[in-house]
Design a protein around this ligand. Structure first.
Ligand code: PEP
Length: 252
């Protein structure tokens, strides 16, 4: 039985003081929920160390939003997987569509990041998803398949077992438009079948596949009740404790 996992991607929001307030609210409201649902928050880099201290003994795990694939050197402004581990991160988001479109991340770069994350013991949340143009062109499955095949190239079963996949249709991220539960389920089922072909039926059955794209308290129930949707990667609605907790409760 797969457990739902709800992850909050804070993006470039919340300074240190604001982070402390939000994390404290989340910790208080999630006491006892962690045995039924995985809970992850991904604040900005500047809040990670403090977040780690606050989250000790809570039901909430810590993740980062990005990392570089190199292990160090002259990469001004970047951060390594080991640095994230050293401030207590367990997870890292890799290949978010904003990184792909705004910062030119290719499947090849994402593949290197995934490998670097594994080398450092991080568990990646690997994001994939099609644009509106690609959906309207009826090539969603081809796009997602290419992202998976190229993103996971050379990644062995042992490492794959640590991945969370987040299917996030780009047209649904931050737009208020959500994929219908049926649309999302169709792609999730396709992804699981592809993982079965690339790895094994056992891994396909156990991999967590989150949905992301304008998940809110009022649509979470319907999305999360689909058989192949195992949680959500949440952007906008994770910035207030109330709405994030409502989504976690829907996943329980
Ligand atoms: C995201 O950033 O991964 C996301 C899904 O954002 P939102 O929930 O705001 O659409």
């Amino acid at each position: 039985m797969r457990k739902n996992v709800i992850a909050g991607n804070w993006k470039m929001n919340k300074d240190l003081n604001e982070s402390v307030v939000l994390i404290s609210e989340i910790i208080n409201s999630t006491k006892g929920l962690g045995s039924n649902v995985g809970i992850i928050i991904c604040p900005p880099f500047t809040s990670l160390e403090t977040a780690n201290a606050l989250l000790k003994n809570s039901d909430v795990a810590l993740g980062a939003q990005n990392m570089h694939y190199e292990s160090g050197g002259a990469y001004t402004g970047e951060i390594t997987a080991n640095m994230l581990r050293a401030v207590g991160c367990k997870y890292v988001i890799v290949g978010h569509s904003e990184r792909r479109t705004l910062f030119g991340e290719t499947n090849e770069i994402i593949n290197k990041k995934l490998k670097s994350a594994f080398n450092s013991g991080l568990y990646p949340i690997f994001c994939i998803g099609e644009t509106l143009e690609e959906r309207e062109g009826e090539i969603t499955e081809q796009v997602v398949e290419k992202q998976i095949r190229e993103g996971l190239a050379g990644i062995v079963e042992n490492d794959f077992a640590k991945i969370i996949i987040a299917y996030e249709p780009v047209w649904a991220i931050g737009t208020g438009k959500t994929a219908s539960p049926e649309q999302a389920q169709e792609v999730h089922k396709f992804i699981r079948k592809l993982i079965s072909e690339l790895y094994s039926a056992v891994l396909a059955d156990s991999v967590t596949i989150q949905y992301g794209g304008s998940v809110k308290p009022d649509n979470a129930n319907e999305l999360l009740s689909q058989p192949d949707i195992d949680g959500a990667l949440v952007g906008g609605a994770c910035l207030q404790a109330d709405s994030f907790i409502e989504i976690i409760k829907a996943a329980k």
